[in-house]
Write a protein of this length. Structure first.
Length: 329
């Protein structure tokens, strides 16, 4: 983050209900991000070129809003097929949700740089490319920020505000405040590392999980059970740092000294993972991954998954930021 860079968003940007946003890309992630924005009263335009996806967007967003008891907020949504159809002089924030290809993201940001107002925040939901790489060679990089949501974006409260090499303090602070008022839990990632914060933690766990499967220590089912019904269950109540204070730092330090030398330190994906990918077994999308999937099984599992996430949101409700403006418009 560039502490010396100066950038100020308009005063009304701090209140979602007084702001206008554009989401570029109307796939599942883009549509769910629009749910987050609309729920807070932000007037949101989704840009989607595919006519079938464009036609399906209102129903998708309406369903997500209904899950949050905010069905009336669908009037905050509009959709267009082309960037030129956006009312750019009145847009305060842009969130890019297009496919994970660096070249097309760079091309989009080059266009956004000329289309949007100089004080409009330009954000990327990329899960892999640093905002510094996307913004390379462009002017106005102090207003460009990574804004990484997690699927499903409207049911997973966390969002990462990722600072690039030249992102200004004001850009990061304004976006952090804005997302909190949208009812999200924003975390500030001060360095633009691959995987940012949450995915680095997630992949550290996954590396050990798949190594244990490779070594025949446990089955995929038992690995999942150990996480979900063991230490992962406690993560709803406290993260790994707070849990250590609960248990005692000396206990953790002693256990770490014993286990760390034997933990996986692979620099490549585990065999059980790479072999399945090589065989075209990608999971639900191909009918087989670690488990077998029929269309009926996929529908049932997705419903179970969403129901569990909604139940988790209910449990965490008292600790989540309130949606600031939804009840005032």
């Amino acid at each position: 983050m560039n502490a010396s860079a100066s950038f100020s968003a308009p005063a009304h940007f701090f209140r979602p209900s007084r702001s206008r946003a554009v989401v570029v890309g109307g796939g599942t992630m883009g549509a769910d991000v629009a749910v987050v924005l609309c729920r807070a009263g932000c007037r949101t335009t989704i840009v989607e070129q595919n006519p079938d996806r464009l036609a399906a967007l209102p129903a998708h967003v309406a369903h997500g809003l209904k899950q949050h008891n905010a069905a009336d907020r669908i009037d905050r949504l509009s959709t267009v097929a082309d960037l030129k159809d956006v009312d750019w002089p009145h847009i305060d924030v842009v969130i890019e949700c297009i496919p994970e290809r660096l070249d097309i993201k760079q091309s989009l940001f080059a266009q956004l740089q000329t289309l949007a107002r100089p004080d409009t925040l330009l954000c990327s939901n990329s899960s892999s490319f640093p905002i510094s790489a996307i913004a390379k060679g462009l002017e106005g990089t102090e207003r460009m920020v990574g804004l990484h949501f997690f699927m499903p974006a409207h049911l997973t409260p966390l969002v990462e505000v990722v600072c690039g090499e030249r992102t200004s303090n004001d850009s990061a602070r304004n976006l952090h405040s804005f997302m909190r008022q949208c009812g999200m839990v924003p975390v500030l990632v001060r360095k633009d590392l691959p995987g940012f914060l949450a995915n680095r933690l997630q992949h550290a766990l996954a590396r050990e999980a798949f190594a244990l499967i490779d070594d025949g220590v446990a089955s995929p089912e038992d690995v999942d059970a150990a996480v979900r019904f063991g230490f992962g269950f406690r993560f709803l109540a406290a993260g790994p740092v707070m849990q250590r204070d609960h248990a005692g730092l000396e206990v953790h330090c002693s256990a770490a000294a014993t286990m760390y030398p034997s933990l996986a330190a692979n620099s490549e994906p585990a065999r059980c993972l790479s072999e399945r990918v090589a065989q075209g077994k990608f999971g639900m999308k191909t009918g087989e991954g670690f488990f077998q999937w029929t269309p009926e099984a996929i529908a049932a599992e997705k419903q179970r998954y969403q129901d569990m996430l909604l139940a988790g949101l209910s449990l965490l409700g008292s600790e989540l930021p309130p949606v600031q403006d939804a009840a005032t418009e």
